[in-house]
Ligand binder design. Structure first.
Ligand SMILES: Nc1nc2c(ncn2[C@@H]2O[C@H](COP(=O)(O)OP(=O)(O)OP(=O)(O)O)[C@@H](O)[C@H]2O)c(=O)[nH]1
Ligand SMILES: [Mg+2]
Length: 331
């Protein structure tokens, strides 16, 4: 009976369960109607709505890109639903728009503050269709909040380029303005201004934003501090929790487990039991060879021999407890 059952089995469990996906929380921000919902729809559904509703509070979708990387994207809406008729009656149109924008900015700042954490990434969309043609007033307070919270990464991208015949020179001027704002934070915020042609409505350049975030975060040559990952990476923690849960629930004495395995009788049988059984068979083989060393290396038990012993146990069990094998055939 193998005696090393307390040895960690996380490597085997990892092989069995696969790696947990890498999870990233992203805040999608930008001025009112800059195209956030359209951008998110394009990433998630590859289709966009002609007239999306204004986003009140938040709109969340998870996008997997590439496989194994989940981006939980939270669109932060700033729109305040004020009754249009009352405002237009009492105020001029421009004033109405200003008040609405200010209220919207305050609300989205509060929402962003609530959702920002040091591990949050930010995508900030600039609306190229906006005739104001400058860095929006909402940008600087957002950077302040990020710096205060310790959120480090922001990607800025210029949306709505297709319809507006945007010139490179104009994009370059805007890029410099954004970079100037970022410089005020002297390394506390790592911002990147993406100047590629982006037009979420016509699908141009949408995934390049995620691609760039993915490349920045996983590129080992980039020495700048990564997203804060105190201790172990998240994916290992998720896996560790899974393994710990299985182990915690396993109160069967190893002697009993071994006996059941040889007889092929189990009350419960899961992937965890399968891997534990294989682990015990391997340990048994190692122990036996330590006690009774075989005469030459060539006649040592190979992994094929161990596999065939394991197969024998599984065949016994498939006869004695066929219900555990209803969905699988062991070959
Ligand atoms: N030409 C063009 N129009 C766009 C693009 N993206 C969005 N729009 C249009 O801009 C308007 C606002 O788009 P939304 O996606 O709702 O913008 P939003 O930022 O989510 O708006 P709020 O949630 O209200 O702040 C819609 O009429 C869209 O069709 C784009 O890339 N190009
Ligand atoms: Mg929206």
């Amino acid at each position: 009976m193998p005696t090393q059952l307390t040895r960690p089995i996380s490597a085997l469990a990892k092989w069995l369960c696969g790696s947990a996906p890498v999870e990233n929380k992203v805040l999608l921000m930008g001025d009112y109607e800059c195209g956030k919902t359209t951008f998110l729809d394009r990433l998630k559904f590859e289709q966009v709505r002609e007239h999306p509703n204004h986003t009140v509070n938040v709109n969340v979708e998870t996008v997997e890109y590439p496989k194994g990387y989940n981006w939980h994207i939270w669109e932060i809406g700033g729109m305040v639903s004020l009754p249009f008729m009352i405002i237009t009656r009492s105020l001029g149109k421009i004033k109405y728009a200003d008040i609405l924008a200010q209220k919207g900015d305050q609300k989205s700042r509060q929402l962003a503050w609530h959702h920002l954490s040091p591990a949050t990434l930010v995508i900030y969309l600039h609306d190229c269709g906006n005739p104001a043609d400058r860095v929006p007033v909402s940008f600087s307070p957002l950077l302040q909040d990020m710096a205060n919270i310790g959120a480090k990464y922001i990607w800025i991208a210029f949306n709505k380029q297709a319809d507006w015949g945007f010139k490179r020179a104009r994009i370059n001027t805007l890029r410099q303005e954004y970079e100037k704002e970022l410089e005020n934070y002297g390394g506390r915020i790592s911002g990147k201004v993406l100047t590629h042609r982006l037009d979420a409505k016509s699908a141009e350049g949408t995934f390049i934003v995620l691609e760039d975030m993915f490349a920045t975060m996983r590129d080992p040559r980039d020495n700048s501090p990564r997203l804060p990952a105190p201790g172990r990476p998240k994916k290992d923690l998720a896996l560790q929790r899974l393994v710990e849960m299985e182990i915690a629930q396993d109160d069967m004495d190893p002697e009993v487990f071994w006996e059941y395995l040889q007889k092929g009788v189990f009350i419960n049988w899961s992937h965890y039991h399968l891997i534990k059984a294989l682990y015990m068979v391997v340990l048994q083989s190692v122990e036996e060879q330590a006690i009774n060393p075989l005469p030459s290396v060539g006649s040592r038990e190979t992994c094929f021999d161990i596999a065939s012993t394991f197969d024998r146990y599984m065949n016994v069990m498939s006869r004695t407890s066929p219900r555990w094998f209803e969905k699988t055939r062991h070959k």
